[in-house]
Design a protein around this ligand. Structure first.
Ligand code: ADP
Ligand code: MG
Length: 723
């Protein structure tokens, strides 16, 4: 059927949705089963019309003014004779919720075979385009919001995963005496709607929401008995999606991440501005390329020869740092004459404030004219150790494997400084601010292609080109772990939504969907984010299988008990060791008070035996017999530091290193160094942290941090293994 014509007809009649009959014909055109039906104008037409239908049938009112037909008394089911249909139609016409409304007619349709009611819907996300939703009907959707979303197009695996995500899924399989229903039939409908060649991908943008409520699923069939296609308000602007630029992304951004010529706009010849500070930092950080201060009149700025415009520098500019009043920026860029590759606009006062929206447009136009790409505006800068560029004062000089994108400048600084303390090393960190031109997707594309980057971390509040973002992550196919710290994830609900699906499609849902579909890991807090990045930086991801079994080993009984609960809650098991392992540990004749089940709880006295070398024997038994996927060793430092002359920590770390050498690739090893917070313990902790990091062991503050990091690893491995 011609959907464009159907939409035009509905709009022409002043409607904001397609009528049910048209909606069902659309579904049918995609191969979805709908009941055989006829539309009648009134009681007198019933007899001729229902001749071709098989009883029992259902009669429903059709009216653009009635949203929920049942609530208005406009649905009568189980009509088993012509007389019953007549009676139903006559009664409906007189029902209080219907009488006096504009009625198009009555839909008479065959009853679907009895089964479980499922709701399927579509909501057009402003960033990601069509999302598909599935949930169990009735209270499951309406009260419990037990639904799963995915970004279209979905694969068969996505569709099956959506069903697994539902809390009420057991009902489909026959729990509580229900007849089991066909999961395959639901997956089939999900694909016919949300798959690559499905209806949703083909729908014009002005269909904003779809509700199929319900789809009745039995043992072997699925029938869509209600369909609602909601139109976007007329004249609504389609979201402009930017397209991927062709070519090698690693090459495209080389001049940004390793610039040989840096221009600085906004440095003063007499005072100290942000730009002067930037020049100072670059010099201290060891940048050895050319720095060109741009100044309208001065000859020398910060001891460097200055130039009046970007067009007059000795060599073309790879990276230009701009921190002057917002109003001056467009003109400066317009005069660049194609000699600037990348300009990072630090200045604020653009699209982030209502009066700056026009200026941001002018900025973009000027950059295009001047031939350069823009980062920002309203950001803090770039940290790229490979190019010796930095904006935070204290940033590690070494190049590492973690590439970060941050939509917030302040948080970007935190990520570098706090990450540094944890031992995270970066391949780069770029703050993208308002993302007027280059945004999170461009930088993601770079890091995914960049050979130095092994892990990507992103702080994002929104992506202007969600579809491209999604495609990039999908194409990555979990080759590189991507950790996303999403700002603004709380469920706001869509106040204006006209369907169930729309009302349930809060901002959080699409990110959860993204994570399910691409294997990216979502972090809730800055700490979780950094802890996960550290794990991905240091640990070697396991192929073909997700980390599940964990052995805990350390001092502190209550601590182990609490940790066990926490690990379980994050999908990791700390199961008691088998007999063989326990016998092996028994044979070590550990002092009384040592618990050997898993968690292995060893008092300080035990750990100090043989100056800590006892740990190696314990670990050896665990690695040889129990063979867990991960070992987490936790030490309460206050019990060691300053207690006696024996400091066994070095030996404990050495034991861990030796195990990793003896059983390569067998288990992830994480160390938790718990501090009391007192200055001497803190100092000791930092020393041990560095020692552990130097041999590739990630160190965490608490067991809960280690659990969250390990569950991120497990999720990533599980996604990759399931592909
Ligand atoms: P509304 O959602 O507008 O109230 P529906 O068309 O969804 O109206 O019908 C209400 C309920 O009636 C459905 O949830 C379903 O339980 C039942 N129903 C409607 N049509 C059929 C049908 N063809 N076969 C079986 N049950 C039906
Ligand atoms: Mg309905």
């Amino acid at each position: 059927m011609d959907i464009v014509k159907a939409i035009a007809a509905a709009r022409g009649a002043g409607r904001n949705a397609l009528d049910e009959e048209t909606g069902k014909r659309l579904l049918a055109s995609s191969g979805i089963v709908v009941p055989k039906s006829v539309v009648v104008s009134g009681v007198e037409k019933v007899e001729a019309a229902v001749a071709g239908l098989r009883f029992p049938v259902v009669a429903k009112v059709m009216s653009a003014e009635i949203l929920h037909k049942s609530d208005a008394g406009g649905v009568k089911v189980n009509l088993d004779s012509l007389a019953a249909v007549r009676e139903a139609v006559a009664a409906m016409a007189e029902a209080p919720g219907i009488k006096g409304r504009n009625v198009d007619g009555y839909l008479v349709e065959e009853m679907a075979p009895a089964g479980q009611e499922i709701v399927i819907g579509m909501f057009r996300d402003p960033q990601f385009g069509p999302l598909i939703m599935v949930g169990l009907g009735g209270i499951f959707v309406e009260v419990l919001a037990d639904v799963a979303f995915r970004i279209c197009p979905i694969t068969e695996q996505d569709a099956a995963g959506m069903l697994d995500e539902l809390r009420g899924i057991k009902l489909l399989d026959g729990a509580r005496g229900r007849a089991p229903v066909s999961r395959e039939a639901i997956v089939d409908v999900l694909l016919k709607l949300g798959g690559k060649d499905g209806l949703l991908m083909a729908l014009p943008e002005d269909v904003a929401e779809v509700d199929v409520n319900p789809l009745i699923v039995s043992k072997d069939a699925a029938v869509a008995v209600d369909a609602r296609f909601v139109l976007a308000p007329a004249g609504a602007e389609a979201v402009q999606q930017r397209t991927t630029k062709a070519g090698d992304a690693a090459k495209r951004f080389e001049r940004l991440f390793a610039p040989r010529t840096v221009a600085v706009v906004g440095a003063s010849a007499t005072g100290v501005t942000m730009a002067n500070t930037f020049i100072g930092r670059m010099k201290r950080f060891g940048y050895d390329g050319a720095i060109y201060p741009i100044h309208p009149s001065a000859q020398i700025v910060d001891g460097l020869p200055a130039y009046p415009s970007l067009a007059e520098t000795p060599k073309p500019v790879d990276y230009c740092y701009i921190a002057v009043g917002a109003a001056r920026v467009p003109e400066i860029l317009e005069n660049a004459q194609g000699r600037v590759a990348f300009a990072q606009v630090i200045s604020s006062g653009f699209g982030e404030v209502s009066h700056g929206v026009g200026l941001e447009r002018a900025l973009l136009a000027a950059a295009e004219k001047g031939g350069c790409r823009i980062l920002g505006p309203n950001c803090l800068g770039l940290y790229s150790p490979r190019g010796k560029v930095t904006f935070p004062e204290t940033a590690p000089a070494e190049v590492g494997p973690v590439g970060v994108i941050s939509q917030s400048g302040g948080l970007g600084t935190d990520i570098v400084t706090r990450g540094d303390r944890r031992g995270i090393r970066f391949s780069g960190l770029v703050t993208v601010g308002n993302s007027a031109d280059l945004g999170p997707s461009d930088m993601l594309e770079f890091y995914l292609a960049d050979p130095l980057t092994k892990v990507v971390g992103m702080y994002v509040e929104g992506v202007p080109d969600g579809r491209r973002f999604f495609d990039l992550l999908r194409a990555n196919a979990a080759k590189k772990p991507v950790v996303i710290l999403k700002g603004g994830r709380t469920q706001k609900g869509q106040a204006a939504a006209a369907s169930h699906t729309g009302a349930l499609a809060g901002d959080d849902r699409v990110w959860v969907a993204l994570s399910h579909q691409t294997g990216c890991v979502l972090a809730d807090t800055l700490d979780d984010f950094l802890d996960a990045l550290l794990a991905f930086q240091t640990l070697t991801m396991r192929m073909g299988k997700a980390t599940k079994q964990v052995a805990l080993f350390g001092n502190g009984g209550g601590t182990s008990v609490l940790a066990t609960d926490f690990f379980y809650r994050h999908g990791l098991d700390i199961d008691p060791f088998d007999k063989e392992t326990q016998n092996g540990l028994d044979a070590l004749k550990l002092p009384p008070g040592t618990s050997i089940a898993n968690p292995v709880d060893a008092p300080v006295g035990t750990l100090q035996q043989e100056e800590g070398r006892i740990a190696e024997k314990i670990l050896d038994v665990i690695y040889s017999h129990a063979k867990p996927d991960a070992v987490v060793m936790h030490l309460n430092l206050a019990a060691f530091v300053g207690r006696g002359t024996i400091d066994p920590l070095d030996n404990l770390i050495t034991a861990a290193v030796r195990m990793q050498e003896k059983f390569p690739g067998q288990a992830h090893f994480l160390l938790v160094l718990r501090s009391s917070g007192s200055p001497d313990v803190e100092a000791g902790k930092q020393r041990y942290r560095e020692r552990a990091m130097s041999v590739g062991i990630p160190v965490y503050d608490e067991l809960s941090n280690a659990a969250i990091a390990l569950s991120a690893v497990s999720r990533f491995e599980g996604f990759r293994a399931g592909r």
